[in-house]
Write a protein that binds this ligand. Structure first.
Ligand code: BEZ
Length: 394
């Protein structure tokens, strides 16, 4: 255990003493109760990604409730922090949870830039961290850490599936449009690599600052690019507006992308999303028993439909439960905790899901087309796709 972690963590069992505390010898009638397990949720509850953070939270809470409020025999206490999707506040917010609130586990976050701030802190403190959305490639590549796991995706994965599907179909020239930050850039790399595998290429990338939505100057350039398709990464409120403005611009070039473009956004996008193809590791209509039960339970709990963000939150809690059950709630038993998590085979609403040697999720990437207000699965763009995990040594 790292020194800083031993200073920030409380012992797993009641009776584990802080330095300088007074020992109370238990009577023979006293029954040692495990201390509550503090789980920090560092997520956006405001701004363009607020809905994403809320769905992750509801799904984490749902899994914990399904387990009777306990994981590995310990009552779970949740501490929430709104990270506002502001990268500049990332390290400070992560420190608040890890050092001030002394959480045992951190689940977070959504925005790749904020994730880098969390990563800096948890690599130093050794706090067990499960990423329920942010796709920043480096956290499971060159900056991977034995205490950091991801149950969502790497930014490379879904967009790579989209590029592969288009390339196979014979698309030769595409453009890429996105926010200018890690997620948009890395998804663009995945898209380009997929396309290039089958002889296609990305001839132009168009970007604007996150979370700006002044799309008009970029849309105006598309007719002059002579491309067969426009690939894109946008999510949340920004994706709603982008899809509507793309349609309103009357562009003839088909729009596609990483599945976040049409995920959890279709009700607000309306007809503007009709026919859009995307690739993602989830789709509402996946016809497996786990997904059907999950969607029903989520709707009952949250009063809204589940989406990929809810699935990723649920699976973050499922992975944590597997680890904690293996060590009976003792998060200090890192070797066995991480071993159990690495070996997890999760029955996810998305279908089969395993964890790679770089502690990244391995899963199918589905090709979806928006039909009658739903992301309908039309094929598998990449089966059991693992991120390359380049540079990760654990
Ligand atoms: C990201 O910043 O990594 C991200 C945000 C929203 C959806 C997908 C990825």
């Amino acid at each position: 255990m790292s020194v800083s972690k031993s200073l920030t963590r409380r012992g797993a069992l009641a009776g584990g003493l802080a330095v300088g505390a007074v020992s109370v010898v238990p009577t023979r009638f006293a029954i040692a109760q495990p201390k509550p397990l503090k789980v920090g949720l560092m997520l956006p509850y405001s701004g363009t990604f607020a809905k994403l953070g809320e769905n992750i939270t509801s799904a984490v809470e749902m899994l914990i409730a399904e387990k009777g409020g306990k994981l590995g025999g310990r009552v779970v206490e949740i501490v929430k922090l709104d990270d506002e999707s502001k990268p500049e506040k990332g390290p400070q917010n992560a420190e608040r949870l890890v050092k001030r609130d002394a959480v045992d586990v951190l689940i977070g976050t959504v925005h790749s830039g904020v994730q880098m701030g969390i990563h800096k802190v948890v690599r130093e403190t050794g706090t067990l961290t499960i990423i329920p959305n942010a796709g920043a490639n480096s956290v499971t590549r060159e900056l991977c850490a034995k205490n950091v796991f991801r149950t969502s995706f790497s930014n490379w994965q879904p967009a790579h599936g989209m590029g592969l599907a288009l390339g196979k179909r014979g698309v030769r020239k595409a453009a890429w449009i996105t926010w200018d930050y890690a997620a948009g850039k890395e998804a663009g790399d995945g898209f380009r690599e997929g396309l290039e595998k089958h002889g296609g290429k990305v001839v132009q990338s168009l970007t604007l600052k996150f979370p700006e939505t002044n799309f008009q100057p970029l849309l105006a350039q598309i007719p002059g690019l002579d491309v067969e398709v426009v690939g894109s990464f946008f999510a949340g409120g920004g994706a709603v507006q982008f899809v509507k403005e793309y349609k309103a611009a009357g562009l003839k070039v088909p729009l596609c992308g990483s599945g976040f473009l049409t995920e959890g956004t279709l009700a607000a996008q309306g007809d503007a999303a009709d026919g859009i193809e995307t690739a993602l590791h989830y789709a509402d209509g996946l016809d497996n028993a786990r997904n059907l039960a999950f969607r029903k339970a989520f709707k009952e709990k949250a009063g809204r439909d589940a989406d990929v963000y809810a699935v990723q939150g649920y699976d973050a809690a499922q992975l944590l439960a597997i680890g904690l059950e293996a060590v009976k709630g003792n998060v200090e038993d890192e070797a066995n905790l991480y071993k159990a998590m690495r070996g997890a085979r999760i029955e996810s609403p998305r279908g089969p899901m395993t964890i790679s040697s770089s502690q990244e999720v391995v899963h199918n990437i589905y090709l979806r087309r928006v039909t009658n207000g739903e992301n309908k699965v039309v094929g598998i763009a990449a089966e059991a796709l693992a991120d390359p995990g380049t540079g990760c040594k654990l």
